[in-house]
Design a protein. Sequence first.
Length: 233
Amino acid sequence: MHQALTFALGVAIVFASPSLTRAQTRHSHPVAELTDGALRGMLGSQQRAVSSCASRADTRAFVADVRATVRPGARPSTLYNARIAVSVRSRPRDGELEGCVRRAVVDALRHQGYAVGRSVRARRTFRVAGRPERPEPPPAVAYSEREVRGLLQRANPRLSRCLGIAGVPERVNLHIVVDRRGQLSLQNAALPPGASGRALGCLSQTVSGLRARGRPGRRVRLTHAVSVASRSW
């Protein structure tokens, strides 16, 4: 009986030894370590998530800049338990879009099979939609001296207050230039004796605040008379 039991155990060991040997020599598959390039590639694969967030947010943003920083977590550190920080900045700013993209990117990174042995950073800029087209320039308006005269006539009360004189003479001539952009500027003024020392600067500032819609093909000079007696003070 003892001999039979010994023989049975020996046979069991012989037949079990190959599988035991295979179990002892079985190797686990190594896990790749996360690098800057790998993280950048994972960010680049999130275009569909960004587009989905843009559709849900009905955003006017056309660019989303995504930055990700991954730091090791508790050992063994993988992306699943790593410390992941993602920031999103859109142009124009859209908080709803940015929050959606941030959550989507963090969730996508958590499910990647990488070991995290050091801090890794990456950045990716996504085009959310077409950049808004520049508005077409307004149609050109033909230069009209009548328009310029009208601008100066409406500015007469302010021009009169700039003179600050006692009451004579009744009229002062201003020599004005209109440049090719329609901008008016004071070239000279025939100020009478008694005019305030600040009058010329005030006149120049007032005239420079005027701009015609029409643009002449060259600089235009004209003379405008200001009636001092028409002042309202």
